[in-house]
Design a protein around this ligand. Structure first.
Ligand code: NAP
Length: 221
């Protein structure tokens, strides 16, 4: 059994992760940290093999540093903070850190397909659409998609358009434009359960990863 503590356990994603961890046969929920529950990360670290963090851009780095300093592996889904500092903390620790801007398999496949298209149709723009409570813009998924397209297509800084509206969950469209044609690829997370198989995969794999710091669910597939 992998003992999993969830940081941000009272949040939209955190609650879904707690349910997924409780439902899986090989994981057990060892702790829930969240200001709303009156429990801090320090209260749950001692009982955990892995911490899953879905909190806020201003707390995720310190949370991850605390896990790594305690020698506890950490899986991070929080977006909108400085990954360079996180990488430095991971490299200096004796635990592993795995980060994914998007844990949904469909979104990962969208990024893969975008890299295939980019060399042939290098002009593109990204439209990301999320619920109106999301704190960061553009989304971590959109920034990562743009980075991957840059590398694959030699493109520089595709524009990213951010839409925030009630009713949305997490959606992204990449529109490629060429002479007399366009090609659009789109992914929609319509329920937060879409992220859970990816989160559980990361929980199972993080302890055995060859590097202290790994970014992107595609590395585990
Ligand atoms: P949310 O509903 O606002 O949940 C965040 C929770 O974290 C809140 O309950 C918050 O409590 C709590 N929190 C704040 N500081 C904390 C700390 N120091 N320790 C523990 N808990 C703390 O947000 P969400 O919609 O679940 O999203 C969370 C993050 O996940 C966002 O960055 C979002 O972009 C990201 N996300 C990633 C993916 C992915 O696949 N990687 C998918 C969806 C969302 P208070 O409300 O009291 O501050």
């Amino acid at each position: 059994m992998i003992r999993v503590a969830v940081s941000g356990a009272a949040g939209r994603m955190g609650q879904a992760v707690c349910e997924a961890v409780e439902a899986a046969d090989d994981t057990e929920l060892s702790g829930r940290a969240d200001p709303a529950l009156g429990t801090g990360l320090a209260d749950v670290l001692g009982e955990a093999d892995v911490v899953v963090d879905f909190t806020t851009p201003d707390t995720a780095l310190a949370n991850a540093e605390a896990c790594l300093a305690a020698g506890v592996h950490v899986v991070i889904g929080t977006t909108g903070f400085d990954l360079d500092r996180l990488e430095a903390a991971a490299e200096a620790s004796r635990a592993n850190c795995f980060v994914a801007p998007n844990f949904a398999i469909g979104a990962v496949l969208l990024m893969e397909v975008a890299q295939t298209i980019a060399p042939h149709m290098p002009e593109c723009e990204i439209v990301e659409l999320h619920h109106d409570k999301k704190l960061d813009a553009p989304s971590g998924t959109a920034k990562r998609t743009a980075e991957l397209i840059d590398v694959a297509g030699g493109n520089v800084h595709e524009p990213i358009h951010s839409v925030r509206l009630p009713g949305l969950v997490a959606h992204q469209e990449v529109i490629f434009g060429g002479e007399g044609q366009t090609l659009s690829i789109r992914h929609d997370s319509i329920d937060r359960r879409s992220f859970m198989p990816g989160v559980l995969l990361a929980v199972r794999e993080v302890g055995g990863l060859p590097d202290r710091f790994t970014v992107g669910l595609e590395k585990l597939l």
